[in-house]
Design a protein around this ligand. Structure first.
Ligand code: 6R9
Length: 655
């Protein structure tokens, strides 16, 4: 690790914004000064400028009961009105909101006026189904316009959505539905993935099946979009086709204003234990920081830009930078259903050429995948419309950064490496194009209005040239407001570590370089980052031990050239199982099992069947040593192990 860091810190290439770019840039250096002079005043002004408040706020931040923040608490707004109606009222109803491209090549253009109408009809349907402000609605959909409409319609009536990634299994869906107590599920028959229809409705049926455990199901209805045209089972009285009820509903719907702190959504993310956390976000502060960062970090000119963020709506990036911020800012954006490789590897570049995409936001894992395929593939397309490139999800190594700029950005586009989390709701650390001289590999500086530090275990600032833990030192508008149903876990996970200072602990290691710029070094806890997706070691371990053959399991994130990290599992089998079946084919079976239990993204790259696991005297698994094995390194210090011989046995078994 340390040689990697030294290598990073030797990166000396610098890219200043061109004069031409700076001349018409949205963000200027004054933003930092304004925010510095009066942080809360700065956010208040941004909020008033960027959003429509039905009832203007007079209070900015209420931090009287930390760690529970309230922003703009006495103000009232409607999030969907801000994303839709107001643009239509301002005469921009004909502007395209969504340039949707389906994987098989079908496409749809949806204007702001059309999307507004669809959302109004759906809002009426939801109300007709008994959904009221504060109720939870689960959304389990592919990347189709109805997904965006669903989120906005739920928001419009003051209800709370919980979007579950379509790649998650029925079990993952069920636990999220149960935890949130969802009353309605919005899904599709299926969606396209890699040339095939991947079914969704059957997973919903399975998630809602009576398991005879006496659990009372909270779901009353399932609203189903027809997309894959695959056969689906139907539960009369519970299931409804979208195309039967939405077009038939009235398009008249007046958006009611809700208090700024009205909950907007719950999004589940992996923590250090097996149970995913329902991260709760609210309305006014969230939308303020979403709109501000989208406009300034991506230099958005809504009249002329064509923006494309490749994230799925099942992740926070899809919430903030596909659903909410682009629409709040009145942008035109591409929405793409499929994967980058289908029907051929250059599909994304084809989409950029077709729609003249100007701002492109994706993840390092995708960029590294493209690097592997070779520059010839993007070079076949005209990518000259691109003018800003963004990166998110994990550290971007300087080589990938340079390739992104040179090959995709023709050596002239600014690159913004944006650090943030499900919990932060919106971007926290990033260069501002047109202002910042960029450094490949460094996310660089806190945005205006955001206060961060890198500290040691005792909360002391580490100083330039040193590493430590990334903390946020002041509350910010789009911060999480808690963990759904678990205020204690919220406090424990993020605030207890630096309770005396009142710092938010992000869980990331970071280093400050000689200029004070921030370099992110990855998680310091048992959270893995696979292709920019968060997974916990504990979550996968508990799936593994749920298999009849497994006695014990330990999972580590091993570095992987393409996906950043890969899941590697070490499994001890039950004697009884071994006697009956033997170990043949079991590694494969266990990989498939995890994929079924959690979803394909969690499938281990390697499963090693071992006889023992390295444990300390207190019984803690030493994952650090297993990571050494998984990455093919010499095994580190084993002196704290209860049995120091165990590592050579494991190494031999793995080889
Ligand atoms: C937005 C998102 C959050 C974790 C975060 C960190 C890693 C995200 C990064 C980055 C280095 C960046 N991360 N962006 N690391 N540079 N630009 O990804 O949210 O899924 O909650 O993951 O991802 O480790 O703590 P989420």
């Amino acid at each position: 690790m340390s040689s990697q860091i030294d290598h990073l810190l030797n990166e000396t290439r610098r890219f200043a914004p061109s004069e031409e770019f700076a001349a018409s840039a949205v963000a200027t250096a004054e933003l930092y000064e304004q925010a510095e002079a009066d942080r809360e005043g700065f956010w208040a002004e941004q909020s008033r400028t960027l959003l429509h408040w039905e009832k203007p706020f007079t209070e900015v931040l209420d931090w009287s009961t930390p760690p529970f923040a309230k922003w703009f608490a006495d103000g009232e707004l409607n999030v969907a009105y801000n994303c839709l109606d107001r643009h239509v009222e301002a005469g921009n109803g004909d502007r395209v909101a969504l340039l949707w491209e389906g994987e098989p090549g079908d496409s749809r253009r949806v204007t702001y006026a059309e999307l507004t109408e669809e959302v109004k009809r759906l809002a009426n349907v939801l109300t007709g189904l008994g959904i009221e402000a504060g109720d939870r609605v689960a959304v389990y959909l592919p990347m189709i316009p109805e997904a965006i409409a669903s989120m906005l319609a739920v928001a419009r009536i003051g209800a709370i959505h919980s979007v579950v990634f379509g790649g998650f299994s029925a079990d993952s869906l069920r636990s999220r539905i149960d935890d949130a107590g969802a009353k309605l599920v919005i899904t599709a028959d299926g969606g396209y993935r890699k040339g095939k229809v991947s079914p969704l409705k059957p997973a919903v049926d399975q998630a809602l099946a009576d398991r005879g455990d006496g659990e009372q199901l909270t779901v009353e209805h399932v609203l189903v979009v027809r997309r894959g045209e695959n056969e689906v089972a139907w539960t009369e009285g519970r299931d409804l086709w979208w195309h039967d009820v939405v077009p038939a509903a009235s398009a008249e719907h007046t958006a009611q204003a809700f208090p700024a702190e009205n909950p907007l959504f719950i999004l589940y993310t992996s923590g250090t234990t097996g149970k995913p956390k329902g991260i709760l976000h609210t309305s006014g502060g969230y939308l303020t920081q979403a709109a501000f960062t989208h406009r300034n970090v991506f230099d958005l000119h809504p009249e002329s830009d064509v923006y494309w963020c490749t994230a799925d709506i099942g992740w926070i990036t899809g919430h903030t930078y596909v659903a909410y911020a682009p629409l709040a800012n009145g942008a035109t954006q591409v929405l793409y259903e499929g994967t980058p490789e289908f029907p051929q590897p250059g599909r994304w570049w084809e989409v950029i050429e077709k729609y003249g995409v100007t701002i492109f936001y994706t993840a390092p894992t995708a960029i590294r995948g493209f690097m592997k395929q070779g520059r010839q593939i993007p070079q076949r397309r005209d990518l000259s419309s691109l003018r800003v490139l963004g990166s998110v999800g994990e550290p971007i190594n300087p080589e990938a950064w340079i390739w992104y700029r040179e090959i995709i950005g023709a050596g002239r586009t600014p690159i913004v490496d944006t650090w943030w989390q499900t919990e932060t709701g919106a971007i926290m650390v990033s260069a501002l194009p047109g202002v910042t001289e960029t450094k490949p590999g460094s996310a660089q500086v806190a945005l205006p209005g955001i206060s961060l530090d890198v500290v040691d275990e005792k909360a002391r600032h580490v100083g330039h040239g040193n590493g430590g833990l990334l903390v946020v030192t002041e509350p910010w508008p789009s911060m999480l407001r808690g963990i759904w149903g678990d205020p204690e876990r919220y406090r424990e996970t993020y605030w207890d570590r630096f309770a005396d200072q009142g710092h938010y602990f992000a869980g990331d290691g970071a280093r400050l370089d000689e200029d004070g710029d921030i370099w992110l070094l990855g998680r310091v806890d048992d959270v893995m980052n696979i292709s920019g997706h968060r997974l916990s070691t504990a979550e996968i371990e508990s799936a593994l031990v749920a298999h009849e053959a497994t006695a014990e399991a330990a999972v580590v994130g091993a570095s992987d050239e393409t996906t950043g990290q890969a899941v590697v599992a070490f499994v001890i089998l039950k004697e009884s199982y071994l006697k009956l079946h033997g170990p043949d084919g079991l590694a494969q079976q266990l990989r498939a099992w995890v994929s079924e239990q959690i979803g394909p993204i969690a499938r281990p790259r390697d499963v090693y069947i071992v006889g023992e696991l390295p444990k300390t005297r207190s019984g803690k698994i030493m994952r650090r040593l297993l990571r050494d094995v998984a990455e093919g390194r010499e095994v580190g210090d084993t002196t704290t192990l209860a049995d120091t011989a165990v590592m050579s046995v494991i190494s031999a078994q793995v080889r």
